[in-house]
Every structure is written in structure tokens, then in C-alpha cells.
Design a protein around this ligand. Sequence first.
Ligand code: TPP
Ligand code: DXP
Ligand code: MG
Length: 592
Amino acid sequence: MAGKLLNNINSPNDLRKLSPEELKHLAGELRKFIIDIVATKEGHLGASLGVVELTIALHYAFNTPEDLLVWDVGHQAYGHKILTGRREIFETNRRLNGISGFPKREESIYDTFGTGHSSTSISAALGMAIASNLKGETEKQHIAVIGDASIASGMAFEGLNHAGVSKANLLVVLNDNAIGIDPSVGALKQYLTKAKVGYKPAQNNMIEALNFKYFGPVDGHDLDSLLKTFSELKEIPGPKFLHVITKKGKGLKKAEEDQVKYHAPGKFQPDTGELLPYDTEGLPLKYQDVFGLTLVELAKGNEKIIGITPAMPTGSSLKYMMEAFPEKAFDVGIAEQHAVTLAAGMATQGFAVFCAIYSTFLQRAYDQLIHDVAIQNLPVVFCLDRAGLVGEDGATHHGIFDIAYLRCIPNMLIAAPSNEVQLRNLLYTAQLDLKHPLAIRYPRGRGVKAEWDLPFEEMKIGKGLCLDSGSKIAILSIGPMAANVSEAIEGLDPSEKEKVGHYDMIFVKPLDEKLLQEVFRRYKTVITVEDGAVRGGFGSAVLEFASEMDFKGKIRCLGVPDNFIEQGNVSELQEISGISVQNILALLKTLV
Ligand SMILES: Cc1ncc(C[n+]2csc(CCOP(=O)(O)OP(=O)(O)O)c2C)c(N)n1
Ligand SMILES: CC(=O)[C@@H](O)[C@H](O)COP(=O)(O)O
Ligand SMILES: [Mg+2]
């Protein structure tokens, strides 16, 4: 499927044998190859299309893998993967047992640093550059490629601040396409926009103020000028910064026109970019939309409601609130730490703040959760989207640690709805008169109910539900695992079924101790099922309480095991983790 030139590129050495004219043809072939594969296998499209020329120029001009190239986030590194020996296996991208959708050290020597979360590249490349100095490798080049949304994050600035007073041989390449997943936000974006249109960077350059030598802006689709610039930059020691202007989705008209949609568009026609029709008729709504639409509904009746998202308005569906109440909904950019403390600040002033963050990205703001929210017992509501196994994004993105990392924080309440109606009612309850911080975790993808927008009902904090009572085994599920458990029970024979009770606990903290005491009295065997890390998670909470109660029966905890789970679809990953319907059914069969 690859074009004639690309077919012969098995490493950057092959690339370096081509003439500048051939490199331009290669760019066309590489772009087509990415489009053809992503069109059928899905994945992140726009970012990789935007850096085709930049990728070729970097590998051509620098001596990779001796020179160390670090990609920020890594969703734009498809071209890099294809040019560094993974062309033949690129169709396994993001699949079970295939290659990762992000750079990964164990996958290739060209992947110098594992990524997935943003804004780490400057610190990582600086670390490598300082290490090279210590080892006396003075010729080595270190390059961080970072996007305009990712560089606005605090961590990137921590890296720049340090690099500016170092002797590190570091080149920061800013890939500025003026968009993240959604349009970039903030004062830095305004500054970069001015720099592009001839603002006098020499007099007023914030990058130079940080002791970097500033170059650019250059057209990131002009291979000749990229090659010339890189060959000059190689000769300049110390921290350098190159501002490159690119277009996200470059080369596929539809992707250029709708950059948000084509960040990761799903399946499409490779020649036209037309999205393949996907019939959603009769399917339940996505959890994210239940969150986004419910928040708007609640905000209509409660003027104290505020919404915050760090850079994921579309992914979290906070966009609905941003459209309906622009003055009360904030996209703060890739700034999870700021988002949490901003929410805390607003909460001190009596607002009902809903901070929508993907579970995996909240990891960034752990101290803020403890220091700024929980110690002050501020009633911020954390809407943790993408909790559980997320699928094809893999180990960097699974939202599996939240229960364990939140459960140990005093004052923190943790809920996990098992369906959309519960999610709505939890959101409703959260804005009534919340006394503590509350995390509501829900999964990626669609819910389970045909009807989701039923009238609101207040939920009792810390109250679980008995879905089925039995005589021998109690299964305690949390969140969306209720559906797997119910289906597994359905797979039992009627005589087996009556032995199994099922409890949808809804709250991890506080646990429904009254319900648990009843369970411990009634059953000899208890199974807990969760879609998060089994160590320290919901099952551990039940074990702790069982020990306090001196429960004499057996407890089995099912959840994501103590190793990192790679990419695959969610069903495959649930099976590997031992929490699929089949896994639960098989266990029940052995126990009844
Ligand atoms: C810490 C963190 N927060 C949020 C995300 C989700 N995310 C992935 S890519 C992206 C936008 C990145 O934009 P930019 O750096 O401009 O790169 P581009 O996509 O334009 O190439 C975001 C918000 C993430 N990966 N990591
Ligand atoms: C690279 C990255 O972090 C995001 O693009 C992420 O893949 C989005 O995930 P969702 O598809 O679940 O919104
Ligand atoms: Mg960008």
C-alpha cells in the first residue's frame, strides 16, 4: 500500500539517501499512507497529517536515534513510527498486541520517551541533554516537539524555566497549529497569534526573555526551509526555540476544515475524508453527553453552577454548558492543576463548581485535590469521565487508578453510577447542598438505558442498592460493572441463579455499611467487581470493612490487576483483566 519511495524507507538512514526533491514526494506518500490506514483502522489523524514535513525534516537533519527526539503527547508521531521501521506493522496501531498509538520506549530505539499525556517533552529532553553533558557527549542533539496547546501547560513552563539557565543542548520545536483537540485558549495563544503576523518578537519575545535563542516562525510545510533551518540550528549550542507554523489535518480537505472532528475521526473514506455513516438510532447516549446536557439543565435552575474543563470541552461535553452559559463555563487549556485549584477558589465563594476531567488526567492534580480542595473540605464536584478501561489509547489513558488514589483522601466522597439515570441524579444531588468534595466517575462511551432524561430524584449519599438477593454468593459491583454482573447472572441456570445476590453499591466512599453488614450476615462468599485497579480500590475498601466487622466468609476481589494494561478494545481488555461477563460467569459457575 505504501508508495515507491516510502516502501524503501526502513529507517531514517534510508531517508537520508534521498534528494530534497524526493523528500517532497515522500511527504505525499507518507501522508497518503497515514490517511489510508487511519481511515479503516481509526486513530489520531489530524495531528500526524500536520507534521509530515516536520517529521521528515527532523529525521533527515538530525542523526536519530543518536540524537534524541521527544514527541509531546505522541498522538502526532504516526509519521515518525512509519519512518522508523514500523511501516509494515502500522496497521496494528492501537490494537491488542499491536503497536501503541503513542511513542513507547520498549517498542523502538527511536521512541526515546514514552508519552500519551501532554507537556512532558521539554522536561524529558532537558533531562536527556543534562545527562549527555554529564557523560561528555557534547555533540548530541536533544529535540522536544511540542504543540501550541501543550506548551501552555504549567509543566512545559517549568521545563523552559530550568532549561533557560542550563547549558543544555536543547532544541524546543513549537508545532503551532493554533488548536489542541479544541481551539487553543488563553493569553499565550494570543501571543503566538501575534508572533505569526509579524509582531516584533525581537523586542518583546517571551521565549528570549527565558534565555532561549528564538527562531521563526517558519512554514512547517515548506521542507526546504525546514531543512535549512535545522541544519543551521544544529550548529548553535545551548537552549534554542523554533516556532513552526503548521495546519492540523494538512492534505485532507475535510480534516483541514473540521479540525476538531478530525482529531480522531473514526472511520472515513480515504479519498474524500467523508466520515462513514454510523447508525446511532436507538443506541443509548454517551455518558459524557448525559453529563453535559444534564449540567445545562441544572444550570437553568441554579445560578450558582459553574463548569470547568482543562482542554476537553468536546470530549467531556462541557461544550454544551459553554454554549448555553458562556460566562459560567471555562476551558482553561491543558492545565489540570489550575483547573482543580480554580474550582476550589470558586467554591470558597459559594459556587457549585463541576470540574470535568478525564480520570487519567486528574492524576496531574493530586496535590491540588488534597491541599486545595480536601483539606479545606470544599464541595467541588469532580466529574471523572473516561473512568475505567478506555480501550485503544492504552496504558497511559486508562482511568483505573482514581478509586485507589481518591479513597485515601479524607473528606472525599466517591460515587460511580451504574447507569445514566444514576449519573443524572448524582449530578442533581451534588448541586443541592453538598458538604464535601465529591468525585463522580463514569466510563468512556455509551450508557445502558434507552430513557435517560427521567425526572430528577435526590440520591442518598452512601446508599447502595440490592438488585437481586440470593442465598449463597453476594456480588458487590461498582459503577458500570453492574451491567457485566447482571449479564453474567443471566447466564446461570435458574437453580444457580437463586443462590446469587447482586448489590449495586454506587458509593465507594462512604460505603453503605448497613447494606454490607446485611450482606456479611446473609452470605458466606462475597465477590467485588470493579473496572479500576484492584489494589487499593473498591474491593480493598470492602475488605477493610469486612475485617473491621470480623467477617468469617470468603471475599474475592475482581478488578484490573497490578500490571499496566495495554491497548485493545474495551471488551478485550476486560477479558484480560478478568472482569468480562464471561470471566464473572465462569467464576460464578465454579462457586455455585
Ligand atoms: C495532561 C493531558 N491533558 C489532556 C490531554 C488530552 N489531549 C491530547 S492531545 C491534546 C491537544 C494537544 O494540542 P497541541 O499540543 O496543540 O497538539 P496538536 O494536537 O495540535 O498537534 C489534548 C488536550 C492529554 N493528552 N494530556
Ligand atoms: C491523545 C489524547 O490524549 C486524546 O486525544 C485522547 O485520545 C482523547 O480520548 P477520547 O477519544 O476518549 O476523547
Ligand atoms: Mg496544536
